[in-house]
Ligand binder design. Structure first.
Ligand code: DGL
Length: 272
């Protein structure tokens, strides 16, 4: 594995971009290739088998791109397909995901009742409950499935229009002290969700992307794969190649440009 090889990041669509952005901030010399499987979004509505099959195609694509690591920037994939992905690709590169670093983080030690809002596929898997129970026995866990949210965020619907839908979902998470936005799409609205609680109760909304990327950085350093200099052997620097499985609308591109600047190459890639 080469230190200046890219990191492959994927999600069903735009959600994982929040993780990619955090990587460019905490690890500015890493090269990133992003893949958003927009053709098959929402993953939250798909079966476990479908999610496994599709993720394997995406991870194989990153293997061809000679990535040194991949980041599963999707809770639905992590909770349904992590085991299979690890089984198949463990020796090929380092595999990161957005759930294990959060569950292992001692941040949960100070919580008593944690609310998890996620896609139907993530809730159905019960992955969070199983993982949390491995490390903690004091935590009450309440989960709510939010089927409408990720597709609306993907379509670029503004927060103002979906605020009530979010509120309704959150109403199911009574008396929690910690909230996990367990779908990367929701991370776009973390501030707005915080504002919904402001002045009423104190709820700690976990900073998923920070914790996930701290873990990636730590492991890459340990494995001597953390890039400290910009390399010339790869054409893509930071996030410059953005693959999606459909053509993407203007607002989507605009969002990416706003987050990463203009030097991004958008490419469409469809699996057979
Ligand atoms: N962003 C994905 C997640 O973290 C899911 C969105 C979808 O349903 O496709 O679960």
């Amino acid at each position: 594995m080469k230190i200046d090889a890219p990191i492959g990041i994927f999600d069903s669509g735009i959600g994982g971009v929040i993780i990619a952005k955090e990587i460019t901030m905490q690890m500015p010399n890493e090269n990133i290739i992003y893949f958003g499987d927009t053709m098959n979004m929402p993953y939250g509505e798909k079966s476990k088998d479908f999610i496994i099959k599709n993720s394997i195609k995406i991870v194989s694509f990153f293997l061809k791109k000679k990535c040194k690591a991949i980041v599963i920037a999707c809770n639905s994939v992590t909770s349904n397909a992590l085991e299979e992905i690890k089984k198949k690709f463990n020796r090929k590169f380092i595999i990161f995901n957005v759930i294990e670093p959060i569950v292992k983080n001692k941040i949960l030690l100070t919580s008593n009742r944690i609310g998890i809002i996620a896609t139907p596929a993530t809730i159905r898997s019960n992955f969070y409950v199983k993982e949390i129970n491995k490390y903690y026995h004091h935590l009450d866990i309440i989960q709510v499935s939010a089927p409408l949210l990720a597709p609306m965020i993907e379509k670029g619907i503004e927060i103002i229009k979906i605020k009530n839908i979010i509120k309704n979902y959150l109403n199911n998470l009574k008396s929690i002290d910690t909230l996990l936005l367990a779908c990367t799409h929701y991370l776009f609205f973390k501030k707005e969700i915080e504002n919904l609680y402001y002045g009423r109760v104190h709820i700690h909304i976990i900073d998923i992307q920070k914790i996930v990327v701290q873990e990636i950085k730590k492991i890459l350093k340990e494995k001597k794969l953390y890039s400290t200099t910009t390399s010339s052997s790869y054409h893509h620097k930071k996030l410059e190649i953005f693959y999606t499985s459909t053509f993407i609308p203007c607002f989507f591109k605009k969002k990416i440009y706003t987050l990463f600047g203009k030097d991004i190459l958008f490419k469409r890639y469809v699996f057979n």
